[in-house]
Ligand binder design. Structure first.
Ligand code: HEM
Length: 521
C-alpha cells in the first residue's frame, strides 16, 4: 500500500473513532448534567413530603446566614411573611438537612410533651472524636434520650433545686461593680462583662473559681473560650474528618484539642476532690451543685459514672454561660433605650432593698417581691430569647401537631424566636413592654394549652438551669439598678435598634454593645 492510501485509511479510521467518542462524550456530559441537576434539586428544594408547608429558600437562607443578618431582619423579612401563608409552621434548610420549624404555641407544647415519642436528634452522630463531640457529645442530660436521659435528670434536678447560690450571685455582682469602677463606668462592653460574671457564677456554682471577673487573662477562661469558638468553626462542622483523621494537618486545631484535654483534666480533678470530701459534714447551704449531684448519686444501680458527670459539667457551662450573659446584655440595652421602664424598675429595687449608699445583697424573700423586675426579665427573654430554637426532634411516625401534618422521618424544631415575634401570638410583638408579664397582663391571657412564652421551652425537658439563671439575673439587675443609671453612648451602633447576631449557631449575641453607667452612690 502506498503511503498516501495508508494515510487516508488511517485518517478515515481516526475520524470514525472521533465521531464515536464524540457521541459517548455527549451522552456522558448529558448524564453528568442530569445527575448534577437532580443533586442540586435534592439539596436546594425541600423533600416532596414537606412540600405542603411554605419554605425558606435554600439560597435565601444561606445568604442570610453568611451575611450574619440581625435577628430582627431575619424574622421580619424572611420568616414572618411565611407565617402569613401558614401560621404555625414552615420548612427551612440547615446543617442537618431540611426541618420543620414550629411557631404555633400549641403545636410546640404538644411536641415537647412526649420526649420518648419525639426524641432529640443526635447532633454529634458521625462526629466521633471531633472537638464538639469530645466536649459535649457524651451521654449527658442535654443530648441523650430515653432511659439514660431520664436516669440522669432524676439525679440532676434535685441538685439544681437544692442549690440556689443567691449569696454567691450577690457577692459576684459586687465584684462585677468593682470591675466596672476601674473604667469609671464609661463605655462598658456589657457582653464581655456579663460573660465573665456568668462563667464565675457557674464555675463557683460547681466548686471551681475561674476568677474571670478579676483576671480576664485567666488560663482556664482562655482555654474554655477558645474551645467554644473552635466548636462552631464552620469549616470543621462541614468537614469533621479534618478534626479527627487529618487533624495533624491542622496544628492550630490540634492545639485546641490539647486545651480541651487539659480543661477536661481540670474538671476531673474537681470531681475527684469532691468525691474525696464526700463524707465531710458540710452544711446544706455550703453544698455546691456538684456536691449535691454526688449526694443524689449514691444509688449504685442508677449512679452517674465520672464520665457522665464530666460531660454534664461541660454541658452546664455551654448551656448556661452565654445564654444568661446575653440575656443580661439585652436587658441592659432595653432599659437603656426605655428610660421610663428603667426608672420604674429602679424604684422597685429601692422600695424593696432600701436606698442606703452601699451594695445590698438581696435575700430570697426580697426577690420574691420583685414583680416588676421579674416582668422586665421575662419580657427581655420574649423579645430577645438568646436560644433561637430548640434542638431538632426526630419524628418516626406520621403525626399531627395541632392539626399540622408532620410526615415520618422529619426533623422538627420549636422556632422560639419567630413564635415570640409572631403578631398572631403576641400583640405588637416588637414593642418592649414588661406589663405583659404583670398579674392580669397579656401573658396570663395566653391559652394554657400552648407555650407562648418559651425561652426555656417546657415539658419534661424544660431547661434545667431556668431558675438558676432567672435568680442570677434578678440579683444582678436589682443591684445594678440601685448602684447605677445607664444609657447608650452617643453614636452607638445600636441607637436605631439592637443588632443581635448568631442565627447560624442558634445563640444570639450583641458583642459590641457599649453602655455608659453613672454612679448613684
Ligand atoms: C437565659 C438562660 C438560658 C436559656 C435561654 C436557656 C434555654 C434553654 C432551652 C431553650 C432549652 C431546651 C432545649 C431543647 O429542649 O431543645 C434548655 C435546655 C437545657 N438547659 Fe438551658 N437555658 C439557659 C440557662 C441554663 C443554665 C444556667 C443551665 C445550667 C447551669 C442550663 C442547662 C440546660 C440543660 C442541661 C438543658 C437540657 C435539659 C434536658 O434536655 O433535659 N441552661 N435551655
Amino acid at each position: 500500500m502506498s503511503i498516501i492510501s495508508q494515510w487516508i485509511e488511517e485518517h478515515g479510521r481516526i475520524e470514525w473513532l472521533l465521531t464515536r467518542l464524540r457521541g459517548k462524550r455527549t451522552i456522558g456530559i448529558s448524564m453528568a448534567i442530569a445527575v448534577l441537576y437532580v443533586l442540586h434539586r435534592k439539596i436546594t428544594q425541600p423533600p416532596a413530603r414537606l412540600r405542603h408547608l411554605p419554605h425558606v429558600g435554600f439560597y435565601t437562607f444561606y445568604k442570610a446566614i453568611l451575611s450574619n443578618i440581625t435577628e430582627q431582619r431575619y424574622s421580619k423579612e424572611i420568616c414572618l411573611p411565611l407565617m402569613e401563608k401558614s401560621p404555625g409552621a414552615y420548612v427551612r434548610p440547615g446543617f442537618d438537612g431540611w426541618s420543620i420549624q414550629l411557631t404555633d404555641p400549641i403545636a410546640i407544647k404538644q411536641l415537647l410533651s412526649k420526649p420518648y415519642e419525639y426524641p432529640k436528634y443526635n447532633l454529634s452522630a458521625g462526629r466521633k472524636g471531633t472537638l464538639t463531640q469530645r466536649f459535649i457529645g457524651g451521654a449527658n442530660v442535654a443530648f441523650s434520650n430515653g432511659d439514660v436521659w431520664s436516669r440522669q435528670r432524676k439525679i440532676v434536678v434535685p441538685a439544681f433545686n437544692r442549690s440556689m447560690p443567691i449569696k454567691l450571685f450577690g457577692e459576684l455582682t459586687t465584684v462585677m461593680i468593682e470591675t466596672m469602677e476601674q473604667k469609671s463606668g464609661r463605655n462598658i462592653n456589657v457582653a464581655d462583662l456579663f460573660s465573665r460574671f456568668t462563667i464565675d457564677a457557674l464555675g463557683q456554682g460547681v466548686g471551681f473559681d475561674f476568677a474571670a471577673l478579676t483576671d480576664p487573662n485567666n488560663k482556664w477562661v482562655h482555654a474554655y473560650e477558645s474551645i467554644k469558638e473552635g466548636m462552631f468553626d464552620p469549616f470543621f462542622l462541614v468537614f469533621p474528618s479534618c478534626d479527627t483523621t487529618f487533624l495533624s494537618w491542622f496544628p492550630q486545631r490540634a492545639q485546641l484539642h490539647q486545651h480541651l484535654t487539659q480543661f477536661l483534666g481540670m474538671l476531673q480533678s474537681v470531681i475527684d476532690e469532691k468525691r474525696a470530701a464526700e463524707n465531710d459534714n458540710r452544711d446544706e447551704k455550703d453544698r455546691d451543685l456538684l456536691t449535691l449531684m454526688l449526694d443524689s448519686n449514691q444509688n449504685e444501680t442508677t449512679a452517674m459514672s465520672d464520665e457522665e458527670l464530666l460531660t454534664n459539667l461541660c454541658v452546664f457551662f455551654l448551656a448556661g454561660h452565654d445564654t444568661t450573659a446575653y440575656s443580661l446584655t439585652f436587658m441592659i440595652y432595653e432599659l437603656a433605650v426605655n428610660q421610663d421602664i428603667q426608672e420604674k424598675a429602679r424604684k422597685e429595687a429601692i422600695d424593696i432593698l432600701g436606698d442606703e449608699a452601699s451594695d445590698i445583697l438581696p435575700t430570697i424573700d426580697q426577690m420574691k417581691k420583685m414583680t416588676y423586675i421579674n416582668a422586665v426579665i421575662k419580657e427581655t427573654l420574649r423579645l430577645h430569647n438568646p436560644a433561637v430554637n430548640s434542638n431538632p426532634r426526630e419524628v418516626s411516625q406520621d403525626c399531627h401537631l395541632n392539626g399540622i401534618f408532620i410526615p415520618k422521618g422529619s426533623l422538627v424544631t420549636a422556632d422560639i424566636l419567630d413564635m415570640h415575634r409572631n403578631p398572631a401570638v403576641w400583640n405588637s410583638p416588637t414593642t418592649f413592654d414588661p406589663d405583659r408579664f404583670l398579674p392580669g397582663g397579656e401573658a396570663e391571657q395566653q391559652s394554657p394549652a400552648g407555650l407562648a412564652w418559651g425561652p426555656f421551652l417546657g415539658g419534661s425537658r424544660v431547661c434545667l438551669g431556668m431558675n438558676f439563671s432567672l435568680i442570677e439575673q434578678r440579683v444582678a439587675l436589682s443591684m445594678l439598678l440601685r448602684k447605677y443609671k445607664w444609657k447608650l453612648p452617643e453614636n452607638s451602633i445600636h441607637t436605631n435598634g439592637l443588632k443581635a447576631h448568631g442565627l447560624a449557631l442558634g445563640i444570639l449575641a450583641a458583642s459590641d454593645l457599649l453602655i455608659d453607667f453613672e454612679k448613684r452612690y
